[in-house]
Design a protein. Structure first.
Length: 126
């Protein structure tokens, strides 16, 4: 495999910033959606936002990687619960390439494998 270049934008989840997100969609080849797996109370809001984002025409064919971050934390929800709460199955049912992975941004655990999946999906679509 040849070299690949990634550009990641941390767009922040605050409601006031979400209006700015769409300007980044046109050049996106994939979506990496990061969820704090220790913040159970916000999973419902995260589900709503994720499903709104993937409806944007510019992202219709983009693979979606949902990262359940902070899996190293004491109170982390299991990856399966995060996937269920975000209704990832509905995205999969639409025929979209989707993966949910547990990671720790602090330790780096799972990040290489997850990004490798996105790269494989983007290259496969190329």
């Amino acid at each position: 495999m040849g070299r690949a270049e990634f550009t990641f934008w941390d767009l922040g989840g605050q409601a006031a910033l979400r209006a700015l997100w769409a300007k980044y969609y046109e050049e996106a080849h994939g979506l990496v959606y990061v969820v704090d797996s220790e913040d159970v109370e916000r999973l419902g809001e995260s589900r709503r936002v994720l499903h709104e984002v993937v409806q944007d025409e510019a992202l219709r064919s983009a693979p979606v990687l949902v990262l359940a971050n902070k899996q190293d934390g004491r109170h982390a929800c299991p990856v399966e619960l995060v996937a269920r709460e975000l209704n990832v199955a509905a995205l999969e049912a639409s025929g979209r390439a989707v993966r949910t992975a547990g990671v720790s941004a602090l330790t780096g655990t799972g990040v290489r494998e997850a990004v490798g999946w996105v790269l494989g999906q983007v290259r496969g679509a190329g």
